[in-house]
Design a protein around this ligand. Structure first.
Ligand code: DAH
Length: 347
């Protein structure tokens, strides 16, 4: 039995030495020390020994068990350290490899132009305000002097929410004039940019959603000259100091007199031609229409509780996409909304 125990010790220690994984160690532990393990099997034969031999063998068996257990612990620690080492090596990060650059975005080109325009008007003392896109028909039409039956109220042009046509997606930013005036007495000097909606098919110059920038100034002695001054200032800052605008008589129900304002084409300088070809920016017109404007109608002032005998005002509505297109030389409106990264990266 002594020999048996010595054999177990020797073989166990060398087997443990060559075990190289936690699984192999566990297998050995069961095989050596388990209930049906080698050591237990030998100890079961203790009964056959003489009373003198028994304590000697018992002591030997204990020392074999202790040696195996000690070795087991030591190998466990060794293997754990080796596994960790291997893992660290495998997952090592080479901090000297150049990183992948994160592509930084930037403002959308249309918002760049909006920001420029806002800055210019803020510089002239305007306050920028925001208002609802879901609007009451009374603000979008009625209080702007747009009577029942006016073509722009038609269901084929306007997105309505209710059967009685009282709630809609605003078709213009002009209802912001009413919102600005109804609870405030002059002086009023606001700029209201935002989205507007019309039932238009999308093409190179139309989109069912687009942006306008409404401007409104109401105070004592405001004249059409002030309107002209404000718009010339805006155009010259946005384009160049010699930019030219013209006013064409027009009709809007909420302004009187009303006009449309064109900017002399910055590409062909009003000639309509570039290198003998029809100018692609103004299509040979020499002028680019940029906004509608006029002097606020006395009835609109009165409807907001402002005395038209005391106060007068001007208003304008700029088409933002149109401004952005000519400012950034974009030839198709849809490019502004497609958000193709190849397009956006050019700005
Ligand atoms: N709201 C008009 C449109 O969508 C544009 C406009 C014209 C705005 C004259 C104004 C204005 O403020 O005075 O066509």
């Amino acid at each position: 039995m002594k020999q048996q125990l010595e054999n177990i010790r020797q073989q166990a220690l060398s087997a443990l030495d060559s075990a190289s994984s936690p699984e192999a160690l566990e297998e050995l532990r069961v095989r050596l020390l388990g209930k049906k393990g080698e050591l237990t099997t030998v100890l079961k034969q203790m009964g056959k020994l003489s009373p003198e031999e028994r304590p000697v063998m018992g002591q030997l068996a204990n020392s074999v068990r202790a040696a195996i257990e000690e070795k087991l612990e030591q190998r466990k620690a060794d293997i754990h350290a080796a596994v960790l080492e291997a893992k660290l090596k495998a997952e090592a990060v080479d901090v000297t490899i150049p990183g992948e650059a994160v592509a930084l975005g930037h403002q959308h080109p249309m918002n760049m132009v909006l920001q420029e325009i806002k800055d210019i008007f803020i510089g002239m003392g305007y306050q920028v305000i925001d208002g609802p896109e879901v609007e009451l028909a009374s603000y979008n039409f009625t209080r702007l002097n747009i009577e029942e039956g006016h073509p722009s109220r038609d269901r084929s042009d306007t997105f309505y929410f209710t059967d009685d046509d009282s709630v809609l997606l605003r078709t213009q930013t002009s209802p912001m004039q009413i919102r600005a005036m109804e609870n405030t007495q002059p002086p009023i000097c606001i700029l209201a940019p935002g989205r507007v909606y019309r039932k238009d098919e999308a093409d190179a110059t139309h989109s069912p959603m687009f942006h306008q920038i409404e401007g409104l100034v109401v105070a004592e002695n405001v004249t059409m000259g002030d309107l002209k001054g404000a718009l010339i200032t805006m155009i010259r800052r946005l384009y160049r100091d010699d930019a030219v605008i013209r006013f064409r008589p027009h009709h809007f129900p909420f302004t009187e007199p009303s006009c449309e304002t064109d900017m002399r084409c910055h590409k062909c300088h009003g000639t309509g031609e570039v290198d003998g070809q029809v100018c692609s920016t103004c299509h040979g017109e020499g002028w680019i229409e940029i906004l509608g404007a006029g002097m606020v109608h006395p009835d609109v002032l009165r409807g907001c509780g402002i005395d038209p005998e005391k106060y007068s005002g001007f208003a304008f509505g700029i088409g933002l996409e149109r401004m952005a297109m000519s400012r950034l030389r974009i030839n198709d409106l849809r490019l502004i909304f497609d958000n193709d990264i190849r397009f956006l990266n050019q700005f």
